[in-house]
Design a protein around this ligand. Structure first.
Ligand code: MYA
Length: 236
């Protein structure tokens, strides 16, 4: 397995959407059934949709143009909805573990198949994961700053993804955040997560979001293994 272990279907859209789109279309399958033609096409569609969300929320075109654009979007929505699943495509449970096993150069690109999540390029090094992304206009809470709920989303993904990458089927029992400084928009932030302790079914982890060397958000979490246990009616 190489650094491109999951790129074909799991390459997350980033700020350079069109570049990502063409790359995901051009990459060949390296993860067997996971990197199917459908997941590749969906990855590209989701990247384009994320760009559309940004454009729709920030456009400053004249009002008449907005109505025209809305009709075009409604038309595409109707086309896509003609045949739909109940859920977005799910990644295989062991995909993060595959990326971790492939070494510290391999990337897990989160939320490639769901435009609602924040896509992050995550790498793993033993019991630590690292990621980075650029918060933008869609993620604003306080003026020019990242919404704290998105910080929680990011930390849960970083910490939970790391736990998942170690092969543990576990869910978040607690997640505590400390917001020390605002996280600015339009500038790259880096994130880290690490597993600090295990105790029976419990896995403890911590992480943070940094900007320009300043630790803005700190998180600690407790995950509970649910291997073989039915959680809310879903057998693991
Ligand atoms: C089917 C699922 C597949 C999973 C695949 C995951 C892949 C995704 C990965 C990515 C994930 C992304 C992240 C997400 O989005 S995960 C989504 C958000 N999380 C959830 O929805 C979890 C909902 N909660 C539960 O399902 C149950 O409450 C769990 C499973 C957590 C525990 O209920 P269960 O009945 O099994 O446990 P127990 O009562 O025997 O307790 C066991 C021990 O744990 C301790 N404890 C329990 N809760 C808490 C608490 N809140 N604070 C402190 N401690 C707590 C408890 O004291 C005891 O300790 P001790 O007395 O032994 O010392």
């Amino acid at each position: 397995m190489t650094a491109s272990v999951n790129e074909a279907a799991n390459r997350a859209p980033s700020q350079s959407q069109s570049e990502d789109q063409s790359q995901s279309e051009n990459q060949s399958s390296s993860t067997g059934t996971w990197a199917t033609e459908r997941t590749q096409a969906t990855t590209a569609l989701v990247a384009a949709t994320r760009s559309l969300m940004h454009a729709a929320a920030t456009t400053d075109l004249p009002v008449d143009d907005l109505a025209t654009a809305r009709r075009a979007i409604e038309s595409v929505t109707a086309e896509l909805s003609a045949r739909a699943r109940d859920r977005v495509l799910r990644i295989p449970f062991d995909l993060p573990a595959q990326v971790r096993a492939a070494g510290p150069e391999a990337e897990w690109n989160t939320y490639a198949l769901n435009p609602f999540g924040i896509p992050v390029r995550v790498t793993f090094d033993d019991e630590t994961s690292r990621g980075s992304f650029v918060p933008g206009a869609l993620h604003e809470g306080p003026p020019d700053s990242l919404h704290g709920g998105w910080s929680a989303h990011l930390m849960d993904c970083m910490l939970g993804g790391l736990v998942q990458a170690t092969g543990a089927r576990a869910v978040t029992a607690t997640l505590e955040l400390s917001y020390r400084h605002r996280v600015p928009l339009d500038s790259e932030v880096s994130m880290e997560a690490t597993i600090t302790r295990r105790d029976g079914r419990k896995i403890f982890a911590e992480g943070w979001i940094e900007h320009d060397g300043v630790r803005c958000v700190e998180a600690t979490a407790l995950f509970i293994r649910v291997d073989g246990i039915s959680v809310d009616g879903v057998a693991s």
